[in-house]
Design a protein around this ligand. Sequence first.
Ligand code: SAM
Length: 421
Amino acid sequence: MQENFQMLAKTFAGLENVLKEELVGLGAADVAIVNRGVMFSGTKETLYKANFCCHTALRILRIIGTYKVKNAHDLYTCARDINWHEYFDINQTFSVNSTVNSEAFNNSMFVSLKTKDAIVDQFRSVYNKRPSVSTENPDIRINVHASRDEVTLSLDSSGESLHKRGYRLGQNEASMSEVLAAGLLKIAGWKGQCDLIDPMCGSGTIPIEAALIARNIPPGIFRKSFAFESWKDFDEDLFEQVFNADYEIPFEHKIFAYDISSLNVKIASENARNAGLKNVIGFKARDFSSLVPETDKGLLIVNPPYGQRMNERQIAPLYAMIGDSLKKHFRGFNAWVFSSSEDGLKRIGLRFSQRVKLYNGPLECEFRKYEMYDGSRKPSKNQHYKQNFNRKGGNSNSYQKREPQSGQRTGQRKRIRKKPD
Ligand SMILES: C[S@@+](CC[C@H](N)C(=O)[O-])C[C@H]1O[C@@H](n2cnc3c(N)ncnc32)[C@H](O)[C@@H]1O
């Protein structure tokens, strides 16, 4: 029987619900939403799967312990009482990272230093030697979170943030995080059940993440490594089982990606090729104002330009054009617009049926849904008020999950991880 332990999956504010659903789907237990994260419990297999399969997690922490602390001495004592040699060897390097929001401490550097001293002293007391610290590329990453009168010590099992999938060759200055793109798609109910259009695709993050979700390709497949591979208890056979399982399912619809900039279209299609998804996504250079969809219904997600680089004079006509194009050419679509520009969103001039508050870095954004009814059907009044995604059944765009047909193997991406010689 595998040991059960507590974990924390971190994500962006507003994506906690979709991450929770993902974790439950992977077999996580005791799932509870916290600010910008989801607490859960599970086994080593759950930890590997959470890193490998979650589209909306930024990192997965394995909780070692939570302690009541009043001062630096308490922190030192509880960190020193942990048997760190159960987690890593003396010849491995480590780092300590802290976040502080506590009465006892106001300096994260100090908390990291105190914890590091305790770890070093604990090793010394057992081995008469100490492990080295590496800030650049440590084997073991220790995380300290001090909040109110509590301190939580964890091991970071991911290493580099999980949004760094590894398929991106190029990006532009407005490229969004892969985790955010996956979160938008999940909020919009995307499971690959219809055609999808991104008319302003930039470097292609939304269409590429859409293809991964539609084909159930684990985003971790592109990563070179995860931090847990350096842990003392790393189970290579178990991770190979997780890595090589048959995840892929057939995707019978199309993804269309456009951008006014042919350079962006080139970058996006190279990124898609690098992800092995070039054949799933059709890329073309097009101006949204004259774009006629190549399909008569589906889901449209657009992340128009916004923010400091654009002034009011540019925002107003761009967003008015988006509203006009949706009205003219996209009847029968569910359209979602993601932007931080309040003025811009007002200029769209259409009724939205749902809106979700999210962040893109420090920018507060909204993700608004416009149901572009085919024909004369108008949205009823009670559909037209602010719904939150986490409301029960609030996502009116939910679809049936498609199961792979029996006997059908779709694992085209299957790779066998090489064991070291
Ligand atoms: C915020 S960026 C999209 C970023 C994208 N989500 C990504 O992750 O890379 C907005 C994109 O809209 C494109 N754009 C601006 N005006 C457009 C128009 N009229 N038609 C199509 N694309 C347009 C820009 O070239 C830019 O790539």
